[in-house]
Design a protein around this ligand. Structure first.
Ligand SMILES: C[S@@+](CC[C@H](N)C(=O)[O-])C[C@H]1O[C@@H](n2cnc3c(N)ncnc32)[C@H](O)[C@@H]1O
Length: 297
């Protein structure tokens, strides 16, 4: 009896140490993929790049998207403090003058903005792996080691919040190191939940998240990380997941590009996002592969 109890305890302990779990994928493939597991000593040692670098990269990209959308941001701009307005004013004035002179306004695609700010584009396409469905590829430019390559979009559930029905047969439920879940499924009940939470938290023109990742054309081009496939013995991981808690000082006008929203309106603490970081330089044409199995020792 005692033996059974200790066996059960060690199994529970092992299961809890898996950091990222895509249920039921992990359960079915654990034994086949032992060589591709990622081991980390401690949950605090798991950040490849500091949060400040993630913050800088996101703000750089989101500001470029915001500037591109300036003509539709008038109402929001009016609500912002003078100091924030002044960041965008030169461009705003220029756009207005151009409009008055009836110059054509060249709108860049989200992918082009990503290329011009971070130096690469990513896109979804059929995976190189047989029967792995869709994957994510570098479609233009070059990714440098340590760069933020993608974001994992979806509804954020605290450990104690109900995700049972949303998770049935759902391969997009991502588990963070502290037990927070992110449901990145862009279909069915998961899609409805995200849309409803996103509408709930909007304050007039001030959107707290982006819901366009639910469509084929996300306005934040990084928000396709839920389609990154697991590495295999033949194809090593070239990206890894990293949690990023959005700080209070994150520019309020740029929150509209964050692809995550809390399930519960009164969740305490910062919003959890997950970014994918390049483990090495990645060239155009390469598919991104992450590691679904991380063991915290
Ligand atoms: C988070 S989704 C990734 C997106 C998925 N490829 C799609 O098209 O929807 C996880 C699912 O992708 C598939 N997958 C991921 N990595 C794979 C691999 N190395 N080999 C086969 N299938 C894989 C499995 O079906 C898994 O449940």
């Amino acid at each position: 009896m005692r033996q059974w109890r200790s066996l059960l305890q060690s199994l529970i302990c092992k299961w809890k140490s898996y950091r990222h779990r895509f249920v039921p994928w992990v359960a079915l493939n654990l034994s086949r993929n032992r060589r591709t597991m990622r081991y980390v000593q401690d949950s605090h040692c798991d950040k490849l790049v500091p949060d400040t670098e993630v913050h800088t990269a996101l703000v750089k990209l989101f500001r470029a998207i915001f500037l591109q959308n300036l003509p539709s941001q008038n109402e929001l701009l009016r609500m912002l403090p003078e100091a924030t307005k002044s960041i965008y004013r030169p461009r705003f004035t220029h756009d207005h003058q151009s409009k008055n002179r009836s110059e054509s306004h060249v709108t860049l695609e989200a992918g082009e903005i990503l290329h011009s700010t971070l130096g690469f584009c990513i896109d979804r396409a059929p995976s190189y792996l047989d029967s792995a469905g869709i994957g994510v590829f570098v479609s233009k430019g070059h990714v440098q080691k340590g760069a933020v390559v993608s974001m994992y979009p979806g509804t954020v559930y605290q450990q104690y919040e109900p995700i049972f029905f949303q998770s049935i047969g759902n391969p997009f439920v991502f588990r963070c190191i502290d037990g927070i879940f992110i449901d990145g499924n862009d279909k069915g009940i998961s899609k409805s939940v995200y849309r409803s939470c996103s509408g709930r938290d909007q304050l007039g023109p001030l959107k707290m998240c982006d819901a366009s990742w639910l469509s084929a054309f996300p306005q934040n081009p990084l928000a396709v990380g839920q389609y990154v496939n697991n590495c295999s013995n033949e194809r090593a991981a070239n990206v890894c997941y990293q949690e990023f808690d959005v700080p209070e000082y994150f520019p309020v006008e740029l929150r509209q590009y964050l692809p995550n929203i809390n399930y519960s309106h009164d969740s305490q603490g910062p919003l959890r996002c997950v970014v994918l970081i390049a483990l090495r330089d990645i060239d155009c044409g390469e598919e991104l592969f992450s590691n679904y199995f991380t063991i915290v020792q």
